[in-house]
Write a protein that binds this ligand. Structure first.
Ligand SMILES: Nc1ncnc2c1ncn2[C@@H]1O[C@H](COP(=O)(O)OP(=O)(O)OP(=O)(O)O)[C@@H](O)[C@H]1O
Ligand SMILES: [Mg+2]
Length: 230
């Protein structure tokens, strides 16, 4: 039996008013595999990832055609079309089953809360953690993304971290609920080459450990030379 794709996008179109910025896009993403979306600036990569998360409607855009089929697991469960789900149903999936690393770390980190508060909130919301167990899990996650002194990191605010640290915190948050699908929108573009390589290795290791399907968005045509294989 062949494994079905975790996510199957067919003929997806997204409009800002009458301006169609994503046109008839189709692709599949398989468990433990990476599908890259490569394109120049303004070609609709971020809008595509926000459509998958059903966040486009919060920015006055609309999915005007297509389907986004999500297969939670290979055997058993019926696939769901994310374009047809209610906002309430989508809130359960977002962050838990499908997580995203945003292009701009500051858009997903709230400047007024500590890193610890933000990670523990996700864990308490989706994973039924208590405050104490969520904190212990947050420390584990920060160690997983190789942030040293995880305990001290929990008490810091996003602006007190470097770009590379923020990016790793975002990865830790995205992975908190062991998602089936990770959408990584230019996760390393803003970072220097050494940190880029480290972060790609971390993502690659975690992908294999968790069997995640990864959508890797970049405008770097040579991205695959940097994606660690082993
Ligand atoms: N909030 C918005 N309102 C109106 N148009 C928008 C909005 N956000 C994006 N667009 C338009 O949608 C198109 C696609 O933008 P998108 O952000 O997806 O590009 P991108 O491929 O991610 O580019 P980059 O590589 O620079 O991140 C662009 O032409 C842009 O002008
Ligand atoms: Mg973008």
């Amino acid at each position: 039996m062949t494994t079905p794709p975790t996510l199957s996008v067919r003929s997806l179109s997204v409009n800002f008013g009458s301006n169609r910025v994503v046109r008839n896009l189709s692709f599949d993403v398989y468990p433990g595999k990476t599908t890259a979306i490569v394109g120049e600036s303004g070609s609709g990569k971020s809008v595509t990832s926000l459509a998958i998360m059903r966040l486009v409607e919060y920015m006055n855009a609309e999915i005007t055609s297509g389907t986004i089929m999500f297969h939670r697991d290979a055997n058993g469960s019926q696939p769901q079309d994310l374009t047809q789900l209610s906002d309430k149903a989508m809130r359960k999936i977002r962050g838990k089953d499908i997580a995203m690393i945003f292009q701009e770390p500051m858009t997903s980190l709230n400047p007024v809360y500590t890193i610890g508060d933000q990670i523990t909130e996700v864990l308490m919301l989706h994973e039924n953690h208590t405050k104490t167990s969520a904190r212990a899990e947050a420390v584990k996650l920060l160690k997983l993304v190789r942030l040293s002194d995880a305990e001290a990191m929990l008490k810091r605010y996003p602006h007190q971290l470097s770009g590379g640290m923020r990016q790793r915190v975002m990865i830790a948050m995205a992975l908190a609920c062991r998602p089936k699908v990770l959408v990584a929108d230019e996760p390393t573009t803003a970072l220097d080459v050494t940190i880029q390589a480290q972060i790609l290795t971390i993502m690659r290791d975690l992908q294999q450990e968790l069997g995640m399907a990864v959508i890797f968005i970049t405008h770097d045509m040579g991205w695959w030379r940097k994606w660690p294989t082993r």
